[in-house]
Write a protein that binds this ligand. Sequence first.
Ligand code: PMP
Length: 330
Amino acid sequence: MDYAEHVMDLVGNTPLVRLNAVAEGLSPLVLAKVEYFNPGGSVKDRIALRMVEAAERSGELRPGGTIVEPTSGNTGIGLAMVAQRKGYQCVFVCPDKVSEDKRNVLKAYGAEVVVCPTAVAPEHPDSYYNVSDRLVSEIPGAWKPNQYANENNPASHYAATGPEVWRQTDGRITHFVAGIGTGGTISGTGRYLREVSGGAVKIVGADPHGSVYSGGTGRPYLVEGVGEDFWPTTYDQDICDEIIEVSDGDSFAITRRLAREEGLLVGGSCGMAVAAALRLAERCGPEDVIVVLLPDGGRGYLGKVFDDDWMASYGFLSPDHSGASVGEVL
Ligand code: PMP
């Protein structure tokens, strides 16, 4: 018999799939690492497992404890899944721009969800960072993984995501592309790939227009899970050889094409990363192998990027829903 003891044991070892239609006419091989194959549906399962097990070892998280975390949803799902296995409670704090579908998923896993306004500065008492700190001090036995400062976040990618990509491409990868939220994915995976290739693999960040990583001030943008208005310590500021800025319009246009033309129903930050990978591919040759990481699936965004009215309300589709995007043409 071939089975896992628990879904938690199925985290990682996600597949690579070639992008065909969206990469048509471009010479490099463009491969997507599809993280929705993780049991919680996103790349964040990887960090959840490693952060919890490290906290158990250090004694920060004790039996019957409560995990409190500001999360845009995916980290919460990973943590809730691990908590379920290990008998912890979960309280998650989300900004209000996070889709209701995503929040309901957290509740379905048995977690409590507290919603905070997006349009306030990080130092504001109602910001989701500050609300989570307050909850940690109020709840007995609370532990905050703090994915924005926890070294086990990039470490999980250094230990697993990087080696997987290297092995899956037989060492032929030339460029790794990923969005930057906490920066854990790109910093850990990037560091491994840079080291193992002796600097030959180029690390390319994708960032929403307005986020600090591409020189913005944190101006609000609509794509979820990526971009920041501050510099988290989980992001290695020396890791990127290049950062490509992508507009919301382009991110969403590519996200919709990934579903319709590649059969990949993925989230908006995946479209953003692929938009950056395609721009990079225009400058690359036939020997190049670009791997772009797709952090999550698209079911949590059916009322947003996949909803014509929502898209049209932000000017991303013409009002007659003809399908024409007003984003820059890639
Ligand atoms: N996309 C989505 C949907 C996410 O939830 C996250 C995590 N915030 C990312 C991308 C970025 O990953 P990382 O935090 O590792 O930079």
